[in-house]
Design a protein around this ligand. Structure first.
Ligand code: OGA
Ligand code: MN
Length: 325
Protein backbone atom coordinates (compact mmCIF):
# COMPACT_ATOMS: atom_id res chain seq x y z
CA UNK A 1 0.00 0.00 0.00
CA UNK A 2 3.00 2.29 0.38
CA UNK A 3 3.75 1.71 -3.28
CA UNK A 4 0.14 2.50 -4.20
CA UNK A 5 0.16 5.64 -2.17
CA UNK A 6 3.37 6.74 -3.84
CA UNK A 7 2.02 6.03 -7.33
CA UNK A 8 -1.15 7.85 -6.54
CA UNK A 9 0.59 10.92 -5.16
CA UNK A 10 3.05 10.96 -8.03
CA UNK A 11 0.49 10.86 -10.82
CA UNK A 12 -1.63 13.29 -8.90
CA UNK A 13 0.86 16.05 -8.50
CA UNK A 14 1.37 16.05 -12.28
CA UNK A 15 -2.29 15.89 -12.98
CA UNK A 16 -3.32 18.67 -10.64
CA UNK A 17 -1.68 21.32 -12.79
CA UNK A 18 -3.47 20.01 -15.85
CA UNK A 19 -6.82 20.15 -14.13
CA UNK A 20 -6.26 23.67 -12.94
CA UNK A 21 -5.11 24.79 -16.34
CA UNK A 22 -8.12 23.36 -18.10
CA UNK A 23 -10.72 23.98 -15.42
CA UNK A 24 -14.10 24.34 -16.99
CA UNK A 25 -16.60 26.32 -15.07
CA UNK A 26 -20.07 27.36 -15.96
CA UNK A 27 -23.16 28.12 -14.04
CA UNK A 28 -26.62 26.72 -14.54
CA UNK A 29 -29.36 28.51 -12.72
CA UNK A 30 -32.11 26.16 -11.81
CA UNK A 31 -35.76 26.90 -11.25
CA UNK A 32 -36.28 28.72 -8.01
CA UNK A 33 -37.60 26.51 -5.28
CA UNK A 34 -40.11 27.83 -2.79
CA UNK A 35 -37.77 29.91 -0.67
CA UNK A 36 -34.29 29.74 -2.12
CA UNK A 37 -32.65 29.74 -5.47
CA UNK A 38 -30.01 27.07 -5.75
CA UNK A 39 -27.44 26.82 -8.47
CA UNK A 40 -24.81 24.26 -9.38
CA UNK A 41 -21.27 24.82 -10.65
CA UNK A 42 -19.53 21.69 -11.95
CA UNK A 43 -15.98 21.13 -10.68
CA UNK A 44 -14.63 17.92 -12.13
CA UNK A 45 -15.83 15.92 -15.15
CA UNK A 46 -19.49 15.37 -14.20
CA UNK A 47 -18.36 13.99 -10.85
CA UNK A 48 -18.15 16.86 -8.40
CA UNK A 49 -19.89 20.23 -8.22
CA UNK A 50 -20.53 23.17 -5.91
CA UNK A 51 -24.06 24.06 -4.83
CA UNK A 52 -24.68 27.73 -4.18
CA UNK A 53 -27.57 29.36 -2.37
CA UNK A 54 -27.73 27.11 0.69
CA UNK A 55 -27.65 27.93 4.38
CA UNK A 56 -27.42 24.65 6.25
CA UNK A 57 -28.16 26.13 9.64
CA UNK A 58 -31.65 27.11 8.46
CA UNK A 59 -34.53 24.75 7.80
CA UNK A 60 -34.73 23.75 4.17
CA UNK A 61 -37.92 23.47 2.16
CA UNK A 62 -38.82 20.08 0.74
CA UNK A 63 -38.18 21.55 -2.72
CA UNK A 64 -34.63 22.43 -1.73
CA UNK A 65 -34.04 18.94 -0.31
CA UNK A 66 -35.40 17.41 -3.52
CA UNK A 67 -33.16 19.67 -5.56
CA UNK A 68 -30.09 18.66 -3.53
CA UNK A 69 -31.03 15.02 -3.95
CA UNK A 70 -31.22 15.47 -7.73
CA UNK A 71 -27.87 17.25 -7.83
CA UNK A 72 -26.39 14.45 -5.71
CA UNK A 73 -27.38 11.86 -8.31
CA UNK A 74 -25.83 13.96 -11.10
CA UNK A 75 -22.67 14.76 -9.09
CA UNK A 76 -21.68 12.12 -6.51
CA UNK A 77 -19.43 14.63 -4.72
CA UNK A 78 -21.13 17.90 -3.76
CA UNK A 79 -19.38 20.87 -2.19
CA UNK A 80 -21.19 23.50 -0.14
CA UNK A 81 -18.90 26.32 0.98
CA UNK A 82 -19.04 28.80 3.91
CA UNK A 83 -21.24 26.76 6.26
CA UNK A 84 -20.47 27.77 9.82
CA UNK A 85 -22.73 25.10 11.30
CA UNK A 86 -23.00 23.38 14.67
CA UNK A 87 -22.95 19.61 15.07
CA UNK A 88 -26.69 19.69 15.65
CA UNK A 89 -27.25 21.67 12.44
CA UNK A 90 -25.20 19.06 10.62
CA UNK A 91 -27.15 16.16 12.11
CA UNK A 92 -30.43 17.84 11.23
CA UNK A 93 -29.30 18.47 7.66
CA UNK A 94 -28.02 14.91 7.23
CA UNK A 95 -31.30 13.41 8.48
CA UNK A 96 -33.01 14.83 5.39
CA UNK A 97 -31.33 12.00 3.48
CA UNK A 98 -32.00 9.09 5.81
CA UNK A 99 -31.23 7.74 9.27
CA UNK A 100 -27.69 8.12 10.54
CA UNK A 101 -25.03 5.58 11.44
CA UNK A 102 -23.20 5.47 14.75
CA UNK A 103 -19.55 4.71 14.04
CA UNK A 104 -18.19 1.42 15.49
CA UNK A 105 -15.05 3.10 16.88
CA UNK A 106 -15.90 4.33 20.37
CA UNK A 107 -12.95 6.75 20.56
CA UNK A 108 -14.05 8.70 17.50
CA UNK A 109 -17.68 9.31 18.31
CA UNK A 110 -18.63 12.64 19.75
CA UNK A 111 -19.70 12.03 23.34
CA UNK A 112 -22.32 14.79 23.11
CA UNK A 113 -23.65 13.91 19.66
CA UNK A 114 -22.99 10.23 18.89
CA UNK A 115 -24.05 10.60 15.23
CA UNK A 116 -20.95 12.76 14.78
CA UNK A 117 -17.83 10.79 13.83
CA UNK A 118 -14.78 12.89 14.67
CA UNK A 119 -12.33 12.57 11.77
CA UNK A 120 -9.85 14.57 13.73
CA UNK A 121 -6.32 14.39 15.10
CA UNK A 122 -7.55 16.50 18.03
CA UNK A 123 -9.26 14.80 20.98
CA UNK A 124 -12.34 16.03 22.83
CA UNK A 125 -10.08 17.86 25.32
CA UNK A 126 -8.84 19.89 22.36
CA UNK A 127 -5.34 18.35 22.41
CA UNK A 128 -3.52 16.96 19.38
CA UNK A 129 -3.54 13.17 19.75
CA UNK A 130 -0.26 11.49 20.45
CA UNK A 131 1.16 9.73 17.42
CA UNK A 132 1.33 6.52 19.42
CA UNK A 133 -2.28 6.59 20.61
CA UNK A 134 -4.62 3.93 19.21
CA UNK A 135 -7.12 6.68 18.35
CA UNK A 136 -4.63 8.36 16.01
CA UNK A 137 -3.32 5.11 14.55
CA UNK A 138 -6.87 4.13 13.61
CA UNK A 139 -7.62 7.53 12.12
CA UNK A 140 -4.44 7.49 10.09
CA UNK A 141 -6.01 4.66 8.10
CA UNK A 142 -8.27 7.24 6.40
CA UNK A 143 -5.11 7.97 4.36
CA UNK A 144 -5.77 4.67 2.59
CA UNK A 145 -8.42 4.42 -0.12
CA UNK A 146 -11.76 3.24 1.20
CA UNK A 147 -15.53 3.52 0.99
CA UNK A 148 -17.23 4.43 4.25
CA UNK A 149 -18.69 1.51 6.20
CA UNK A 150 -18.08 -1.05 3.45
CA UNK A 151 -17.69 -3.46 6.41
CA UNK A 152 -21.45 -3.29 7.08
CA UNK A 153 -24.03 -5.60 5.57
CA UNK A 154 -25.73 -2.45 4.33
CA UNK A 155 -22.91 0.05 3.72
CA UNK A 156 -23.57 3.75 4.02
CA UNK A 157 -25.54 5.62 1.37
CA UNK A 158 -23.52 8.80 1.72
CA UNK A 159 -21.34 10.81 4.06
CA UNK A 160 -21.49 14.50 4.91
CA UNK A 161 -18.26 16.05 6.20
CA UNK A 162 -17.78 19.50 7.73
CA UNK A 163 -14.25 20.94 7.60
CA UNK A 164 -13.71 22.77 10.90
CA UNK A 165 -9.92 23.11 11.13
CA UNK A 166 -7.71 22.61 8.09
CA UNK A 167 -3.91 22.17 8.11
CA UNK A 168 -1.88 24.68 6.04
CA UNK A 169 -0.58 21.96 3.72
CA UNK A 170 -1.63 18.38 3.02
CA UNK A 171 -4.89 16.80 4.15
CA UNK A 172 -6.66 17.21 0.80
CA UNK A 173 -9.25 14.52 0.13
CA UNK A 174 -9.19 12.46 -3.07
CA UNK A 175 -12.43 11.05 -4.47
CA UNK A 176 -12.46 8.40 -7.19
CA UNK A 177 -15.35 7.93 -9.62
CA UNK A 178 -16.04 4.21 -9.51
CA UNK A 179 -18.62 4.32 -12.29
CA UNK A 180 -16.13 5.82 -14.72
CA UNK A 181 -13.49 3.35 -13.55
CA UNK A 182 -15.85 0.45 -14.30
CA UNK A 183 -16.90 1.88 -17.68
CA UNK A 184 -13.24 2.18 -18.71
CA UNK A 185 -12.61 -1.57 -18.38
CA UNK A 186 -12.76 -3.79 -21.48
CA UNK A 187 -16.17 -5.47 -21.92
CA UNK A 188 -14.97 -9.06 -21.34
CA UNK A 189 -13.28 -7.96 -18.11
CA UNK A 190 -16.47 -6.19 -17.01
CA UNK A 191 -18.44 -9.36 -17.61
CA UNK A 192 -15.95 -11.59 -15.84
CA UNK A 193 -15.71 -9.53 -12.67
CA UNK A 194 -19.45 -8.83 -12.49
CA UNK A 195 -20.00 -12.36 -11.20
CA UNK A 196 -17.51 -12.08 -8.32
CA UNK A 197 -18.01 -11.27 -4.63
CA UNK A 198 -15.67 -9.93 -1.97
CA UNK A 199 -15.37 -10.58 1.76
CA UNK A 200 -15.18 -7.30 3.70
CA UNK A 201 -14.46 -6.91 7.39
CA UNK A 202 -13.84 -4.18 9.93
CA UNK A 203 -11.04 -6.22 11.51
CA UNK A 204 -9.16 -6.04 8.23
CA UNK A 205 -8.90 -2.23 8.62
CA UNK A 206 -6.98 -2.65 11.85
CA UNK A 207 -4.72 -5.25 10.22
CA UNK A 208 -3.71 -2.64 7.62
CA UNK A 209 -1.88 -0.59 10.24
CA UNK A 210 1.53 -1.95 11.19
CA UNK A 211 1.44 0.02 14.40
CA UNK A 212 -2.08 -1.05 15.43
CA UNK A 213 -1.90 -4.69 14.46
CA UNK A 214 1.24 -5.28 16.49
CA UNK A 215 -0.17 -3.97 19.76
CA UNK A 216 -2.23 -5.65 22.41
CA UNK A 217 -4.77 -2.84 22.80
CA UNK A 218 -6.07 -2.08 19.31
CA UNK A 219 -8.82 0.28 20.45
CA UNK A 220 -12.46 -0.26 21.29
CA UNK A 221 -14.80 -1.15 18.44
CA UNK A 222 -18.21 -2.69 18.21
CA UNK A 223 -17.81 -6.18 16.83
CA UNK A 224 -19.06 -6.65 13.32
CA UNK A 225 -19.24 -9.94 11.41
CA UNK A 226 -17.48 -10.39 8.08
CA UNK A 227 -19.80 -9.62 5.13
CA UNK A 228 -19.94 -10.47 1.44
CA UNK A 229 -20.47 -7.81 -1.25
CA UNK A 230 -20.49 -7.93 -5.05
CA UNK A 231 -17.30 -6.62 -6.69
CA UNK A 232 -19.44 -4.70 -9.17
CA UNK A 233 -22.52 -3.02 -7.79
CA UNK A 234 -25.46 -1.33 -9.44
CA UNK A 235 -26.54 2.03 -8.07
CA UNK A 236 -30.10 1.55 -6.76
CA UNK A 237 -31.31 4.87 -8.22
CA UNK A 238 -29.23 5.66 -11.32
CA UNK A 239 -28.86 1.92 -12.13
CA UNK A 240 -25.28 2.56 -13.23
CA UNK A 241 -22.71 -0.15 -12.49
CA UNK A 242 -19.57 0.72 -10.57
CA UNK A 243 -16.57 -1.01 -9.02
CA UNK A 244 -17.15 -1.58 -5.34
CA UNK A 245 -13.61 -1.33 -4.02
CA UNK A 246 -12.81 -0.50 -0.44
CA UNK A 247 -9.22 -1.71 -0.10
CA UNK A 248 -9.06 -1.24 3.65
CA UNK A 249 -11.86 -3.76 4.29
CA UNK A 250 -11.43 -6.18 1.35
CA UNK A 251 -10.06 -9.47 2.64
CA UNK A 252 -10.40 -11.71 -0.39
CA UNK A 253 -12.47 -12.63 -3.42
CA UNK A 254 -14.98 -15.34 -2.51
CA UNK A 255 -14.80 -17.31 -5.76
CA UNK A 256 -11.04 -17.17 -6.38
CA UNK A 257 -7.95 -18.70 -4.81
CA UNK A 258 -6.35 -16.36 -2.31
CA UNK A 259 -3.41 -15.30 -4.48
CA UNK A 260 -5.42 -14.96 -7.69
CA UNK A 261 -8.01 -12.86 -5.88
CA UNK A 262 -5.36 -10.62 -4.37
CA UNK A 263 -3.77 -9.95 -7.75
CA UNK A 264 -7.14 -9.08 -9.30
CA UNK A 265 -8.06 -6.76 -6.44
CA UNK A 266 -4.69 -5.01 -6.59
CA UNK A 267 -4.99 -4.56 -10.37
CA UNK A 268 -8.47 -3.07 -10.05
CA UNK A 269 -7.42 -0.82 -7.18
CA UNK A 270 -4.53 0.43 -9.28
CA UNK A 271 -6.78 0.93 -12.31
CA UNK A 272 -9.37 2.87 -10.34
CA UNK A 273 -6.80 5.23 -8.82
CA UNK A 274 -5.77 6.76 -12.15
CA UNK A 275 -5.95 10.53 -12.29
CA UNK A 276 -8.74 10.69 -14.85
CA UNK A 277 -11.10 9.19 -12.27
CA UNK A 278 -10.05 11.32 -9.31
CA UNK A 279 -11.24 14.66 -7.92
CA UNK A 280 -8.95 16.28 -5.39
CA UNK A 281 -10.54 18.55 -2.82
CA UNK A 282 -8.43 21.22 -1.22
CA UNK A 283 -10.32 22.13 1.93
CA UNK A 284 -11.30 25.57 3.19
CA UNK A 285 -12.70 26.10 6.67
CA UNK A 286 -16.48 25.51 6.70
CA UNK A 287 -16.61 23.56 3.49
CA UNK A 288 -19.24 20.85 3.73
CA UNK A 289 -18.80 17.92 1.37
CA UNK A 290 -21.35 15.24 0.71
CA UNK A 291 -20.46 12.15 -1.26
CA UNK A 292 -22.39 9.14 -2.48
CA UNK A 293 -20.70 6.04 -1.06
CA UNK A 294 -22.54 3.82 -3.55
CA UNK A 295 -20.32 4.89 -6.46
CA UNK A 296 -17.20 6.58 -5.05
CA UNK A 297 -14.28 5.91 -2.78
CA UNK A 298 -11.87 8.32 -1.11
CA UNK A 299 -8.54 8.81 0.67
CA UNK A 300 -6.98 11.63 2.66
CA UNK A 301 -3.56 12.92 1.60
CA UNK A 302 -1.02 12.81 4.41
CA UNK A 303 -0.41 15.95 6.48
CA UNK A 304 1.74 16.89 9.45
CA UNK A 305 -0.52 15.43 12.12
CA UNK A 306 1.94 16.10 14.93
CA UNK A 307 2.18 19.85 14.47
CA UNK A 308 -1.04 20.77 12.70
CA UNK A 309 -4.67 20.35 13.63
CA UNK A 310 -7.21 18.85 11.26
CA UNK A 311 -10.74 18.70 12.62
CA UNK A 312 -13.55 17.31 10.48
CA UNK A 313 -16.96 16.15 11.67
CA UNK A 314 -18.80 13.51 9.70
CA UNK A 315 -22.41 12.36 9.63
CA UNK A 316 -23.06 9.12 7.80
CA UNK A 317 -26.38 8.26 6.16
CA UNK A 318 -27.44 4.61 6.51
CA UNK A 319 -27.64 2.74 3.21
CA UNK A 320 -30.94 2.07 1.49
CA UNK A 321 -30.29 -1.57 0.56
CA UNK A 322 -27.62 -4.27 0.41
CA UNK A 323 -25.32 -3.70 -2.58
CA UNK A 324 -26.57 -5.67 -5.58
CA UNK A 325 -24.73 -6.75 -8.70
C1 OGA B 1 -14.24 10.25 6.14
C2 OGA B 1 -12.83 10.20 5.77
C3 OGA B 1 -12.12 12.21 4.84
C4 OGA B 1 -11.37 13.39 5.30
O1 OGA B 1 -14.69 11.23 6.74
O2 OGA B 1 -14.96 9.30 5.83
O3 OGA B 1 -12.36 9.21 5.31
O4 OGA B 1 -11.17 14.29 4.47
N1 OGA B 1 -12.15 11.31 5.86
O5 OGA B 1 -11.00 13.45 6.47
MN1 MN C 1 -13.96 7.81 4.90
Amino acid sequence: SDLLRFLCLFSFSKFFYLVRASAWRFKVNTLASQDTELSITPRFCGFSATIEGLNLSASLSSQSIQQIQNYWLDYPVLVITKQNISDLDQVKFAKNFGNLEIHPSVAHRSTKTPEIYRVSNVDENNQIMEAKSTAWQYLELTWLWHTDSSFREIPSLGSILHGIEIPPTGGDTLFADMTKAFDALPKPEQERISTLNVFHSHDYIVSQSKALSSRENKGQYESLPRVKHPLVRRHPVTKKQSLFLSPHTMESIVELKEQEGRVLLDDLIHHATQHQFVYRHKWKVDDVLMWDNRCTRHAVLPYDSINHRRVMHRTTVIGDSVPKA
